[in-house]
Design a binder for this molecule. Structure first.
Ligand code: ADP
Length: 275
């Protein structure tokens, strides 16, 4: 009788513990959701007046002749641009989290996408006197079918991180064909740097929402901790995978694989002619 009673009590306390865990999980999920809704709303609210600030500052820049005034205005524009980029990251991340995002599947010239990211980041690499290059092998199909804008966004995030966290040496973007089938081709994109590196215990964590390696890093290097979580989701939602090899003090090697559609000779020619 006593044993039955003890078992019953044990069972009851187990049930209570389980309920407590469920309650806590629900609370966590609700607070996570509230945080996201808050972020989306606040980002939207800030973006509208920011558009005004940026728009008028750019207008004014064109008409100003005084060099000092122009410089001050350029600082305003730079800060506003940065703020807009952060807001867009937050909105993008929320959209990705809620699955409210569509990918296009259209022919595009792969080397143009890569080159445009290279060009965009070239000045930042030049300021730090880094060797900066990209390499596309001969066997890579020229025209592929997929979402070129999203691919550009992924490459831009990884490349700007690579430059941001590298003080000397080089940043290299390289592409490899992983598998070429009749209708598809899987490409590996690699962004490799000789920067500060990431400790092994953070290799998974850096892909989390708002994660930055250390407070020290986040103070020295501006950022939101959103870039890599956006990269991971953008790649995974397209059926791909992201990897990271990194050694502290030596450098980081971020790479991801994406599968694209192949196009016919005719579509290829048409795409190249259109550009
Ligand atoms: P952010 O760069 O805005 O802080 P990310 O999500 O892009 O956010 O990166 C998260 C963190 O991962 C960074 O704060 C940094 O600590 C680390 N990290 C990302 N890329 C690199 C890199 N190439 N080298 C060293 N650390 C990196």
């Amino acid at each position: 009788q006593e044993m039955v009673e003890t078992l019953r009590i044990q069972d009851l306390s187990l049930q209570m513990a389980e309920q407590k865990i469920i309650r806590e999980r629900r609370k966590r999920e609700a607070s996570e959701k509230a945080k996201q809704i808050f972020l989306v709303n606040i980002s939207h609210e800030i973006r509208t007046p920011m558009n005004g600030v940026l728009g008028f500052a750019k207008l004014l820049e064109e008409s100003l002749v005084n060099e000092d005034e122009r410089e001050s205005l350029q600082m305003i524009i730079k800060s506003a641009d940065q703020l807009m980029a952060i807001l867009n990251d937050i909105l993008d991340f929320s959209r990705l989290e809620s699955g409210d995002i569509n990918f296009v599947n259209q022919p595009f010239v792969l080397k143009d996408t890569v080159r445009s990211i290279y060009r965009l980041m070239e000045p930042a690499a030049a300021i730090k006197e880094l060797k900066f290059s990209y390499l596309i092998p001969e066997d890579m199909p020229v025209v592929l079918s997929g979402d070129a804008v999203r691919l550009g966004q992924i490459l831009l995030n990884l490349t700007s991180n690579a430059i941001k966290f590298t003080e000397q040496g080089e940043v290299r973007i390289s592409l490899h064909v992983v598998e070429k089938l009749a209708d598809t081709v899987t490409v590996e994109f690699q962004v490799k740097d000789t920067g500060i590196g990431i400790p092994v215990d953070k290799h998974q964590k850096v892909f989390d929402f708002f994660e930055q390696v250390t407070n020290d890093t986040s103070r020295r290097y501006a950022g939101t901790g959103l870039g890599l979580s956006i990269v991971k989701r953008l790649v995974e939602l397209q059926g791909g995978e992201v990897f990271l090899d990194s050694i502290v003090g030596t450098g980081s090697d971020f790479y991801f694989r994406l599968t694209f559609g192949r196009v016919t000779e005719q579509v290829c020619r048409k795409t190249l002619q259109l550009l």
